[in-house]
Ligand binder design. Structure first.
Ligand SMILES: Cc1cc2nc3c(=O)[nH]c(=O)nc-3n(C[C@H](O)[C@H](O)[C@H](O)COP(=O)(O)OP(=O)(O)OC[C@H]3O[C@@H](n4cnc5c(N)ncnc54)[C@H](O)[C@@H]3O)c2cc1C
Length: 375
């Protein structure tokens, strides 16, 4: 898969999304998935924009429900972060007990777990910045539930490489697999991996019935850990030109929306704060992707530095950004993001409580605007 960065190609990708085919194939490595996550994560497009596009095409609720439900996971995790703040970085529902260490299993870093489909998936992650959802679940399960690593360091490793890295989705999904944000740990055996990755491996450490997996000792392949330091290489700093008679619009790695106030006369700054990337490091590939996406925004200037270092920041008539838990420290006005379900806020202990409310809203849309949906 590839991830073009021109806005027209991204819109084209939304238009080609077929939610009907999605439900049956999404769990298979070669199934029809949308590959939209890097653009949604980076705030180039919104979940609402995707929903509106499907509604405009006239899909009915039955045809698109599974796909919308997946999009809703993103909103759910963002709401979790909004509500929990930094507590999201601790075990959310239950302690992640039974772990043996807080490091990264070397086998993940080196793509040598011995499970061929996983190792191939990790190598592809390094090459492309993407990994299929099922492979992410398998990888997390092997690291945490078989290798007994605490979820935090492996989640940082994965986040570092993902073009679609989303701090909330990543942290919460790892905790979901590890069992600290769900009712039980997620396990996968070789048979399941073979089925969904179209592989045929036998005699691996996962080639066992399910009931044996939670009790098995850590396999040799996963015993070695590796000290890792994730470092973000940010572009060289150059001083932006600020017209002090105009407001500043702040963009960042989670807001790269080319349509945001695109007819206003403003200073547009893509702010890459070293403090943010120290806390949430990303690879050079991810930074290149962000810079490339920013090219869709006319007149944008890239600034590597902290918010307070932006020249004349105190002299401009207004500072605007989009609300996001990672950037609460920005001064000025924070505009709401475009949510599919703006009314469904607050913390839900599980996704399905959250989804029930969303589903009701979707049904209302179908009821109120039947002309938008195909019979
Ligand atoms: C351990 C683990 C870590 C993950 N880390 C991230 C991450 O850092 N960033 C990220 O965007 N997704 C993450 N996911 C969720 C999911 O794997 C990706 O969103 C999905 O694979 C993206 O591919 P796609 O766009 O083709 O998805 P599709 O299957 O086409 O899904 C459609 C859209 O639904 C949304 N979506 C689907 N599943 C999820 C989910 N679980 N959480 C949030 N949104 C979802 C995405 O926006 C996606 O674009 C993670 C999942 C796991 C199990």
């Amino acid at each position: 898969m590839n991830f073009p960065t021109a806005y027209t190609d991204i819109i084209d990708r939304i238009n080609k999304t077929d939610p009907g085919k999605y439900a049956a194939g999404r769990n298979y490595i070669d199934g029809t998935v949308s590959y939209l996550s890097p653009y949604i994560s980076r705030g180039v497009i919104s979940t609402k924009q995707v929903l509106d596009s499907l509604l405009a095409k006239g899909y009915n609720l039955d045809q698109m429900e599974k796909f919308i439900q997946e999009l809703a996971w993103r909103e759910y995790f963002q709401r979790v972060w909004q509500q929990l703040g930094d507590d999201m970085f601790d075990d959310i529902r239950r302690s992640n007990t039974g772990t043996r260490h807080r490091y990264l299993p070397a086998a993940l870093q080196e793509a040598k777990t011995g499970i061929h489909a996983i190792d191939k998936g990790i190598n592809e992650l390094y090459e492309t910045g993407y990994m299929h959802n099922h492979l992410r679940m398998y990888t997390a399960s092997i690291a945490c539930n078989i290798g007994k690593a605490y979820w935090e360091m492996p989640s940082k490793w994965m986040y570092y490489h993902l073009l679609d890295g989303d701090i909330a989705s990543n942290t919460c999904s790892w905790q979901w697999v590890a069992g600290s944000f769900s009712s039980k740990q997620y396990f996968c055996n070789q048979e399941n991996i073979n089925k969904y990755t179209r592989s045929h491996q036998v005699y691996s450490f996962l080639d066992k019935p399910y009931h044996e997996l939670p009790l098995m000792p850590v396999p040799d392949e996963l015993k070695l850990t590796t000290p890792v330091q994730f470092i973000t290489e940010l572009p060289e700093n150059s001083t932006p030109f600020i017209d002090t008679s105009l407001p500043i619009l702040l963009y960042n790695s989670y807001n790269l929306d080319p349509l945001w106030r695109n007819d206003s006369k403003v200073n547009r700054i893509l702010l890459l704060e070293p403090s943010h990337f120290k806390q949430f490091p990303v690879s050079g590939k991810v930074i290149d992707f962000i810079l490339s996406l920013a090219k869709n925004i006319e007149g944008i200037q890239v600034f590597t530095g902290e918010i307070s270092d932006i020249p004349f920041i105190n002299k401009v008539p207004a500072i605007l950004s989009k609300e996001h838990p990672a950037f609460m420290h920005y001064p000025g006005q924070k505009e709401a993001r475009d949510w599919m379900f703006p009314e469904v806020t607050g913390f839900y202990n599980s996704f399905f409580g959250f989804w029930k409310k969303c589903e009701r809203i979707l049904k209302n849309i179908q009821h109120q605007k039947p002309e938008l949906m195909r019979a």
